[in-house]
Ligand binder design. Structure first.
Ligand SMILES: Nc1ncnc2c1ncn2[C@@H]1O[C@H](COP(=O)(O)OP(=O)(O)O)[C@@H](O)[C@H]1O
Ligand SMILES: O=c1ccn([C@@H]2O[C@H](COP(=O)(O)OP(=O)(O)O)[C@@H](O)[C@H]2O)c(=O)[nH]1
Ligand SMILES: [Mg+2]
Length: 215
């Protein structure tokens, strides 16, 4: 897929249910290692990484009219209105030219989840869930050193509360559909990736089987 017009055509076919786009939601608490492992998955399995938080931070930097609102929500650890985040994700999907996406850090609440499915018609292949203690996540966030306005102890506590109250119900929803693949994210980075490889290698062989059966 090359031009923007072709990309638009492809996604509209997906909305009509004709063309399959593979989406994996990568969820887990702040500091659980989602971004770190998404970079590894991209390198080995050809997915496009879409971090909702990164897209929101880029929107602030671009000088968008929503910039101040987004900045304030992030500083407070609050969830930005879903129409803003979904629009950014949709645009990134359309512009990527790829058909396999890791959506990292979204959906963050049930309303995000339902709105994304309604607007895009996309349901995730599965959810990769990073399981990690708050104690370990706090240690990692305080050592992240990326100059983020939300990596301070006050905002971190708020983010943990939002995660438990609003984001975990999304994981539970997908759990009830048998779609959650849980990773022990407390292990060192290379060991976490070894566990992730098992999941993505079996996804790749499943896709190969489908190709063979249908051809
Ligand atoms: N398994 C791990 N063990 C120790 N530190 C990690 C691990 N995974 C990530 N980190 C570090 O923790 C911080 C947060 O990781 P990041 O990938 O940004 O998490 P998230 O996107 O889930 O908030 C980063 O500084 C990263 O280098
Ligand atoms: O779908 C999203 C993703 C992120 N955020 C906001 O962006 C912040 C940082 O999100 P990110 O995923 O970058 O944080 P991480 O979990 O990686 O530490 C969150 O606390 C929210 O305020 C949001 O509102 N909606
Ligand atoms: Mg992240």
């Amino acid at each position: 897929m090359g031009s923007a017009t072709e990309a638009t055509k492809d996604i509209s076919e997906n909305l009509l249910g004709h063309k399959k786009v593979t989406v994996v939601f990568v969820l887990g608490g702040p500091g659980s290692g989602k971004g770190t492992q998404c970079a590894n998955i991209v390198e080995h399995y050809g997915f496009t990484h879409l971090s909702a938080g990164d897209l929101l931070r880029a929107e602030i930097k671009s000088g968008s009219e929503n910039g101040t609102m987004i900045q304030n929500m992030i500083k407070e650890g609050k969830i930005v209105p879903s129409e803003v985040t979904i629009k950014l994700l949709q645009t990134a999907i359309l512009e990527s030219g790829n058909d396999k996406f890791l959506i990292d850090g979204f959906p963050r609440n049930e309303e995000n989840r339902a709105a994304f499915e309604r607007v895009t018609g996309i349901v995730p292949e599965f959810v990769l869930f990073f399981d990690c203690s708050e104690e370990e996540m706090e240690r990692r966030l305080l050592g992240r050193n990326q100059g983020r306005v939300d990596d301070n102890i006050e905002t971190i506590k708020k983010r943990f509360k939002v995660f438990v109250e609003s984001s975990l119900p999304v994981v539970e929803h997908y759990e009830s559909l048998g779609k959650v693949k849980r990773i022990d994210a407390a292990k060192p980075i290379p060991e976490v990736f070894e566990d992730i490889k098992v999941i993505f290698s079996s996804l790749a062989s499943k896709v190969m089987k489908l190709v063979i059966i249908s051809s």
